[in-house]
Design a protein around this ligand. Sequence first.
Ligand code: ADP
Ligand code: ZN
Ligand code: ZN
Length: 742
Amino acid sequence: MIAHTASPAKVVQVALPLPARRLFDYRCADDELIPRVGVRVIVPLQRRSVIGIVCSVGDSSEVPVNRLRKLNSVLDEQPVFASPLLKLLLWTAHYYHHPVGEVLQAALPVALRQQQPLAPALSRHWRICADGERVRAELPARYVLQHQVLAALATAGDEGLAEEAIKILSGRLTPVLARLHEQGWIAPFVRPAVLPTGVRGRTVHLTVAQERACQGVIGALAGYAPFLLHGVTGSGKTEVYLRAAAATLAAGRQALVLVPEIALTPQLVQRFREALDVPLAVIHSGLPVAQRHRAWWAAREGDAAVVLGTRSAVFTPLADPGLFIVDEEHDPSYKQQEGFRYNARDVMVKRAQLAGIPVILGSATPSLETMANARDGRYRHLALPTRPGATRLPTVRLLNLADLAVNDGLTAPVIAAIKVRLDRGEQSIVYVNRRGFAPLVACSDCGWQGQCRRCDARLTLHRRSHKLVCHHCGATAAAPVRCPQCSAERLYGIGVGTQRIEETLARVFPAARILRLDSDTIRHPARLEAALSTIRSGAADILVGTQLLSKGHDFAAVTLVCVLSTDQGLYSMDFRGPERLFQQLTQVAGRAGRADTPGEVLVQTRHPGNPAYTRLARHDFSGFAKAALAERQAAGYPPFARFALLRAQSPVATAPLQFLRTAARLGQHLLVREQLPSVQLMDPVPSLMERRAGRYRAQLLASAATEAPLHRFLNCWLAALEGLPAGRRVRWSIDVDPQEMY
Ligand code: ADP
Ligand code: ZN
Ligand code: ZN
């Protein structure tokens, strides 16, 4: 290829938020400032102009430089992504084979995807002064606006109110604020992006195992060191995070902590604030745009010593990172399943390696990938095998459904156990892994079954709202009274969901306060937070819910956990099915008996002899992991192989498989040409649920025993697929290290 050089015009390679696996060349105008790598620029693209990020600056391009279009303007003086973070993002784009412009875009706060300046506007707040409080009673009533503002600020208390929020009260507010300010009745302040410090809680004396784990991390702060902190539920992993973070902060560096759920942040934020006297920033997708921008800035400027966030917070810029922590590292929500499909846990480990600092992956049920890394010595293994003090792990009893009558989902021992808790004023959890009333509705006369018209899936009956709902595409229709096929009024629900269990419990225990938690009742993080505080305050006796209930919450008064109907997890078509089941059961069982009262777990099952259940009953995660790893090894599955899944979908039934067959032929050809015999391409197959939301889906698995050849193959394969005409008739994507195989 000929490189056309020219001087003095500089060529700038820009990442644009487009689904293209390449950079775009532009030239600087001769007299223009040459932008630095990592800054945002505005460039022409066809007839639009778009914001891109400069990835490199050079003198040449594959096309003659004078044919390149010119940059419109340079938005920043400082790079948006400092060089170590940019390096991580480029690695991530490369590793996941995702278009680099979309990766960089995903890492930017929304405010910066628009043309907002890099530094966020400070948010001016007002709070009421003591004189203002005093004067409120005497101020003549005709000063309506002043009264309104003072009342609003009095309600807001020390937190104060943002100026924008006060202005909603009236358009002509500025003179009112000025007058109140002149009188000394109110005062402005700038609300920092970080949470203030100074809430000291109790100090905990570490157990021997905790102490050993802390020393392990603290002794390794100077370089890259990945740790698995494997501690049973309630073993005090958080205390280890806190000590390790304290040591990092003492060295003047920052700690970044990832949690799987927004709902888990308030609890962890509280514990960090109690233990560490430092400013802390919280970053997650539920934050308003401006607030997230400010938190991002605080992390980047080093104003926040600790940054706590969910998946995408892994890309938070840090002035001086010293420690990374991934809590509940096994949690599937670290994997983004759409668009830019990355795993935040794995990116965090890479980031630690690039930054040369330790990373702690904590869990009671580590992923098999992490277990294998620890077993083979790539990760250092820190174990917390018991709960501190006198607290014991709960006893687990398996209830054989073959011997017991089930009434609307519940067996007699479960009902008896809940009754005991109600009498003692303790809380119970009833875990059902399906929401709705019944996962299937059918006609007893003609055998008709409710099927989604857009998916290969059955409709779930939601009786409260009288709806049939598809849990895969969200399609909703009124539940018919008569059978659509034979008109008989003989429709009935089969199986149990959370609603049905809630109804049963309400009938059996009419006086009990029952709280249902699933994605139907909890549509917003704030609702979950409210529900969690209801539970902690003791205002609910029985909690019915899906895995929303199982994730890391600390409920002191829960002494009983009942698990209903999880058997289908044993026979999942996905090779990770048993692993997920074991994780979910261990996590939900871990909610029992965290305080001084011992806990009990009851599991209703048709397969009490299955090793997944017997090991659960013995709290033998390690035994489970060992057996599961042996099975994976025998089958050649991850972590003993690397997978990449090419998916295609289309409203046209035949298009996905057609495309994938072409892709497979092309792939076979490339494997020969590139001499990559260790890479295997399976036959294209329809996805397990072939039709979803009106689209037909198919997939093609590529695998290799090791990473390098698979990635070499993907590089040339994807480049070739991008040029394939058949590729324009489907939507296709590549999923590296897929978590879900259907
Ligand atoms: P995990 O994160 O492993 O689930 P936590 O850190 O939340 O566990 O600890 C569980 C409970 O045990 C918390 O209430 C915590 O305050 C308490 N705890 C942890 N470590 C100790 C300790 N060394 N001594 C006494 N209590 C502890
Ligand atoms: Zn019928
Ligand atoms: Zn559907």
